[in-house]
Design a protein around this ligand. Structure first.
Ligand code: GBH
Length: 486
């Protein structure tokens, strides 16, 4: 346990006490984010092969809200110089983007590395370097070669090894110039979307089995990549390797209920974070117990939650230098009247709703709840012995075009929650707004706009125009002081 007394002393010296005039601590990084499939386009240039997403959107356009695909999207593959100028104009410290697996390893294995893909990412890094913008590279933001998907994707137990060799290629080629890597984006989201709700490829309903298996393999994959960095590159490159979790904030619906909010945390955030960041490793005890009980009652021979051997528990524990947190929203949890169905909600035994007092956004799943982030950061501090945290995604969608006061309010209130959490001793080192541009939103196509910068998708030039929030954010970044917007 850390010394609260000492921390208060240190932290108070960098942050004023007045809640309306909070200062960012020295070295705190502010940046913006994107991901390859959502912005690159250029789906078939050079020797790139198709990814699981290319395959999915081309074969099942009816699964995408507007029937669209990301063949072109914001065309950042060709317009990266313009994008870096926009990023530079914001005055941010860092840019988080992801690399495309099927671009770098078109054959799905590391025996063949695409020279043109390496050239592209080096050119992007050159631009960022020239402007002094720190790159945060996500190795995997949900797109992998379709050839691997055909072989079972994340349900194939060889996937951790394939992923680690892809990660090795990235470390080898970019490690000298990239000091922050994020192995995987949001294991629990990818796996539940792919295998619980079936809204991501391969869209298979394997609720209560496939989703667990997928996260299991992702945790192994992360550990494998992490140890690869550790053994082969860390000494030379001295970078950091983290993993990104989406965690929602959770509150019990009933004030007297002291169980549901914690259970909600463990089944979503703890599922991915406990094996890596807790002292004991492995899945949270409560999760192991609940899934085992349900499985037994349903006649399974053993728990549907796969088991890590002692070797894997140790290998996974500690396999991240920082916790990359993607936070958007919160929910109210209450006990669920269970049915006999084999699925994740039944294992967890909770159902969710929103507090009607919470502000709404364009997307129905996103309510504006900054206090949920504050609470979450304190839970992470306490459960995982105060890990280093970077907020690698936080953002809001708005349909109001360039007049995006909602975004100003959202970013302000979440930055404030973060600075208050730092005051409470949470080790948060950075904030990344999601996202730089209005982008392809996976199964929602182009129907949600998260960008600080508007993109005109009807215009062949895909004209980028800063929204109102850009001016405000620029001011905050240049003064390093968080003042309440008027
Ligand atoms: C992020 O995930 C992604 O990392 C990012 O790529 C994406 O652009 C961003 O969200 C905004 O969408 O429609 O009811 O099935 C955040 C977690 C989990 C939030 C899945 C949306 C779908 C809810 N996301 N969730 S629903």
């Amino acid at each position: 346990m850390f010394s609260v007394f000492l921390l208060n002393f240190v932290v108070k010296s960098v942050i004023c006490n007045d809640e309306n005039h909070l200062l960012f601590p020295d070295g705190f990084l502010i940046g913006v984010a994107s991901s390859a499939y959502q912005i690159e386009g250029a789906w078939n240039v050079s020797d790139k092969t198709i990814s699981n997403w290319d395959h999915f959107v081309h074969h099942w356009p009816e699964k995408i809200y507007d029937g669209s695909n990301a063949d072109v999207t914001t065309d950042s593959y060709h317009r990266y110089k313009e994008d870096v100028d926009i990023i530079n104009n914001l005055g941010v410290d860092h840019y988080r983007f992801s690399m495309s697996w099927s671009r770098i390893l078109p054959k799905g294995h590391s025996g063949y590395v695409s020279k043109s893909a390496l050239r592209y990412y080096h050119s992007l890094l050159d631009e960022l370097d020239a402007k002094g913008i720190i790159p945060f590279v996500t190795i995997y933001h949900w797109d992998h070669p379709q050839s691997i998907e055909k072989a079972g994707g994340w349900l194939n137990d060889l996937m951790p090894y394939l992923f680690a060799s892809y990660a090795r290629v990235i470390f080898e080629n970019f490690g000298h110039r990239v000091k922050y890597f994020i192995t995987l984006n949001e294991p629990s989201v990818f796996c539940t979307m792919a295998y619980t709700t079936a809204s991501f490829p391969p869209a298979r309903k394997l609720n209560g089995t496939g989703d667990y298996h997928c996260v299991h393999n992702q945790l192994k994959a992360n550990a494998f990549a992490y140890h690869t960095y550790d053994r082969m590159f860390r000494k030379k490159f001295k970078g950091k390797v983290g993993i990104a979790y989406q965690c929602m904030g959770s509150f019990s619906k009933d004030d007297n209920d002291i169980v549901s909010d914690d259970l909600a945390f463990e089944f979503e955030c703890g599922w991915q974070a406990h094996p890596v960041f807790s002292e004991s490793g492995d899945y949270p005890e409560i999760m192991k117990k609940k899934v085992a009980e349900r499985s037994r009652a349903q006649g399974y021979e053993k728990s549907r939650l796969p088991t890590f051997s002692t070797f894997w528990v140790k290998f996974i524990r500690g396999s991240a230098d920082f916790l990359a947190l993607n936070y958007y929203t919160s929910r109210l949890a209450k006990p669920l009247q269970r049915s006999s169905m084999v699925n994740w909600p039944n294992d967890e035994g909770l159902e969710y709703e929103f507090d009607p007092k919470w502000g709404s956004a364009q997307t129905p799943w996103l309510k504006v709840v900054p206090q949920g982030l504050h609470k979450l950061l304190k839970i992470i501090r306490d459960k995982y012995n105060r890990p280093t945290v970077y907020i690698t995604e936080n953002g809001v969608s708005s349909s109001s075009g360039k007049e995006d006061d909602i975004r100003i309010h959202y970013v302000y209130s979440h930055l404030k929650a973060i600075l208050l959490a730092i005051k409470d001793g949470c080790d948060v080192r950075g904030y990344t707004y999601w996202s730089l541009l209005d982008s392809y939103e996976w199964f929602a196509g182009f129907t949600y706009q998260f960008g600080l910068v508007h993109v005109d998708f009807d215009d062949v030039n895909l004209t980028r125009t800063p929204k109102k929030s850009v001016e405000w954010l620029k001011h905050i970044i240049s003064t390093r002081k968080l003042e309440s917007p008027v």
